[in-house]
Write a protein that binds this ligand. Structure first.
Ligand code: ADP
Ligand code: MG
Length: 339
């Protein structure tokens, strides 16, 4: 007998959790993305103590079938892709099948889910990766995930958690951006009983900008639009007189996913050029739509970094569209508009 053995699933999940579940905000990110992928129109997020003691995400999406409940919590189990060709045209936010087993490995998790409005639901409880209940329950259509005592069984990770305010800051930062990315979904965030964000789900992105940044900011935004045969741009940028001391107000969304892109941020800043005071940054909410094959999201487990296959073209489009919105260049008429 050799010395090498394959780790059991529970241990493998705990190791993967180290990557996927960095802090409470990562749990919220994964649960909210699952809710969006399930087609939800209403998502409620409730947290206590910066998410360290309690996180609950409820949605009204498609739900999980009773027979799938345990499978959903297995490693590499997903309903979103099934072949390697799917990997090159990902239309959902999730696809790795890692979030639920990772979260369940490092918390006490309860999931109640129903696939229709019959009232019949299934309830699954997992503590530190072990299933302790899987039974019928009553609930409306959708999924209700509660995560208690995050990192209770990984003391080293728990020790690294920062003050409640810091963890809360990471959570609000993420929830604000996902709300800006999905104005068609009514999203509520509550912390220790007080409402930190409520969006109406009307599809009006300016309403979400007002909810996140205040009505005065919403009033000082300029509309951005632009397209090429590959890319479709839309969103809002702040007038040059409304700036901030850092780039945190710049939100770039690609196919419904909030991402970090140095290339896109640079193109935006280049368009403002001398209109911005030195070391000041605009507020931007820019949504970029493209065929999923032009995008590689399988770069990092958090899926926050992506690669664009035609980055030069995209940068040029972003710069042009932002300049147009700022009135820096005249609109160049397309062929159809020419007389
Ligand atoms: P992934 O999102 O990468 O597929 P997850 O571990 O996050 O992996 O979820 C596993 C599966 O559980 C999903 O593919 C989906 O079928 C199901 N699921 C998870 N959350 C929800 C939800 N809120 N509503 C409906 N189905 C869900
Ligand atoms: Mg997921």
């Amino acid at each position: 007998m050799g010395k090498i053995q394959v780790l059991d699933e529970q241990l493998a999940n705990q190791i993967a959790a180290g990557e996927v579940v960095e802090r409470p905000a990562s749990v919220i990110k994964e649960l909210v993305e699952n809710a969006i992928d399930a087609g939800s129109s209403v998502i409620d997020i409730t947290i206590e103590e910066g998410g360290l003691s309690f996180i609950r995400v409820t949605d009204n999406g498609s739900g999980i079938e009773p027979a799938d409940m345990e499978t959903a919590f297995q490693r590499h189990a997903t309903s979103k892709i099934s072949s390697s060709s799917d990997l090159f045209r990902i239309a959902s936010l999730g696809f790795r099948g890692e979030a639920l087993p990772s979260i369940a490995a490092v918390s006490r998790l309860e999931c109640v889910s129903s696939i229709d409005s019959s009232g019949l639901a299934q309830r699954l409880v997992i503590e530190g990766g072990s299933v302790t209940a899987n039974e019928p329950a009553n609930a409306p259509q959708g999924t209700d995930m509660s995560v208690r005592d995050l990192f209770y069984n990984t003391p080293a990770r728990l020790k690294y958690m920062k003050a409640i305010q810091t963890e809360l800051g990471h959570i609000t930062d993420y929830v604000y951006r996902i709300a800006l990315a999905h104005p068609g979904i009514a999203i509520t965030l509550k912390h220790n009983g007080s409402v930190l964000l409520r969006t109406l789900g009307t599809g009006d992105r300016l309403q979400v900008i007002a909810a996140v940044y205040g009505t005065n900011t919403a009033k000082a935004m300029l509309k951005v639009e632009g397209e090429t045969s590959d890319y479709d741009l839309r969103g809002y940028i702040s007038k040059p007189e409304l700036t901030r001391a850092n780039r945190n107000g710049m939100t770039v969304i690609v196919n419904g996913r909030y991402i970090r892109s140095h290339a896109v941020n640079q193109a935006i800043l280049q368009a403002y050029h001398t209109l911005l005071p030195i070391n000041r940054y605009p507020i931007v909410v820019l949504e970029i739509g493209m065929h999923p094959s032009l995008l590689d999201v399988n770069v990092h487990p958090s899926k926050m970094e992506v690669r664009f296959s035609k980055e030069t073209e995209l940068r040029a489009l972003v710069e042009q569209a932002v300049k147009e919105a700022l009135g820096q260049v005249r609109h160049i008429p397309g062929p159809a508009e020419k007389k």
